[in-house]
Write a protein that binds this ligand. Structure first.
Ligand code: ARG
Length: 442
């Protein structure tokens, strides 16, 4: 009897050929699994195609809700942006698909799972590591990496000869992965990092030129770091993200163009569209500014970076993430409130925020009447804060000692190469008459 293998099946050319190749060349019984994370696939058609390509069974699952609630929300609460920019749409989707591969394999008694990643990207790492974490006994095969190796043309011939139900669209100029949290676009002309991405790379966002001339203002509500409403209208996670993608995308918000450090060691030029994620991260950050104490805010920024790296590198199902989640969850206890965001011509600008747990106290912050801040206390405060610096200066001298003021009373000019250590740009080229009295020091 043939061994069973569960294949993550998108319905595209690669995985349709893979169904047949796994059966024919590798002798497997193939069970197809298609997961909807919000890219609006035609699920009945994909299911039909999987079966016609030779799969013995075809699962099609709508996992949008768990995707948003169990994967996107924790990443949002953590503030996870890879290299400070990429909201990790693809990277968050992979572990969910891997989990479903594992669960379907258990249900079907399969000892293998398969996915359509190539040997060059991060996705293979994410699938393989997630499966290893959840079901170390399972074996993983990635046909495109592990032996199937066909060019697009060879795949088409292979499929035609066998009468596979190929849906051959005109070859996309890009490689795209899409889910509710964002759209990842790479390859083709985008590989020339000098060039502006052509407009046809974008599907969700308007170019600034045709974005509405007038701004829109949205009020987003959060409860313990989770978005719950837009403009006072409560929405389930999936609907909230979908709506924000529409509204912010119309204003051209959420385009990202970056050089990314792939886990496999390559630098690659990546384009993303992630209107909802970009707006939500900005709003969530603004709310945290209000409710997190300075110590937590400082430390959490480091956690955010670590969290993003971990997600990017496919380490979702690890105790490291659990541990970071525990910290993040604790920081979100007071992250409840409203944030107003203005959308206009590609930018999402926070313009107001409020929270019942706000630590921003006007009576302490104000420069006007009603100031309750103790100005005299500042004197003692500075005395102690400055104590080690004063002591060190007295005993060891001042650490930075290049004088700025010349003997003639003018400010020094630092020419190219004028500073040791190769600081080439002049720091200050001109003198500043009127500020420095030229007679000073004579
Ligand atoms: N570079 C991004 C990441 O590693 C996007 C990958 C997109 N995948 C794709 N098959 N086009 O998360």
């Amino acid at each position: 009897m043939a061994e069973k293998i569960v294949l993550a099946y998108s319905g595209g050319l690669d995985t349709t050929v893979a169904v047949s190749w796994l059966t024919e060349a590798r002798g497997f019984e193939v069970i197809a699994l298609t997961v909807d994370l919000g890219s609006q696939p035609n699920l009945p058609a994909i299911r039909e195609r999987a079966l016609r390509a030779g799969a013995s069974r075809a699962y099609v699952l709508d996992a949008r809700q768990p995707f948003v609630e169990r994967f996107c929300w924790p990443a949002l609460q953590a503030g996870a942006l890879y290299q400070g920019q990429y909201p990790l749409a693809t990277a968050l989707g992979r572990p969910l698909i891997a989990q479903l591969l594992v669960e379907v394999a258990a249900r079907e008694g399969a000892s293998w799972v398969a996915h359509g990643s190539t040997g060059k990207g991060n996705d293979q790492v994410r699938f393989d590591i997630a499966v290893a974490a959840l079901a170390p006994h399972l074996r993983v095969l990635a046909p495109l990496r592990d032996g199937m190796s066909m060019t697009r043309e060879e795949e088409i011939v292979y499929g035609r000869v066998r009468g596979l139900p190929l849906e051959i669209k005109p070859e996309s100029p890009y490689s795209v992965d899409e889910n509710l949290w964002g759209r990842s676009i790479e390859a083709g002309v985008l590989e020339d990092a000098r060039l502006k991405p052509p407009e046809d790379a974008f599907l969700w966002t308007s170019p600034v030129d045709s974005a509405p001339a007038s701004a829109d203002e949205l009020e987003l509500a959060f409860e313990q770091g989770i978005p719950t409403a837009i403009g006072g209208r409560e929405l389930a996670g999936v609907d909230l993200v979908a709506e924000l993608n529409r509204v912010a995308g119309r204003h051209g918000v959420g385009r990202i163009d970056m050089i990314e450090d792939r886990y496999v060691g390559i630098k690659s030029r990546e384009i993303y569209e992630a209107p909802a994620a970009v707006v939500l991260h900005a709003a969530h950050r603004a709310l945290e500014e209000l409710v997190l104490d300075a110590e937590a805010a400082h430390f959490k920024a480091a956690v955010a970076q670590e969290y993003a790296r971990l997600v990017y590198q496919g380490k979702w199902f690890t105790s490291h993430r659990r541990n970071l989640d525990a910290y993040v969850t604790s920081t979100q206890r007071f992250a409840t409130g409203q944030v107003r965001v203005q959308l206009h011509k590609g930018s999402a600008q926070v313009v107001g925020r409020s929270s019942p747990a706000s630590l921003y106290q006007p009576r302490l912050a104000t420069y006007s009447a009603g100031d309750q801040f103790d100005h005299q206390a500042a004197v003692g405060f500075i005395k102690l804060v400055g104590l080690p610096v004063r002591t060190q200066a007295e005993v060891q001298g001042t650490a930075t000692s290049e004088p700025l003021l010349k003997d003639d009373g003018h400010v020094v000019e630092v020419g190219p190469g004028g500073l040791e250590g190769g600081l080439a740009e002049p720091v200050l080229a001109a003198t500043l008459p009127g500020i420095v009295d030229p007679d000073l020091g004579r």
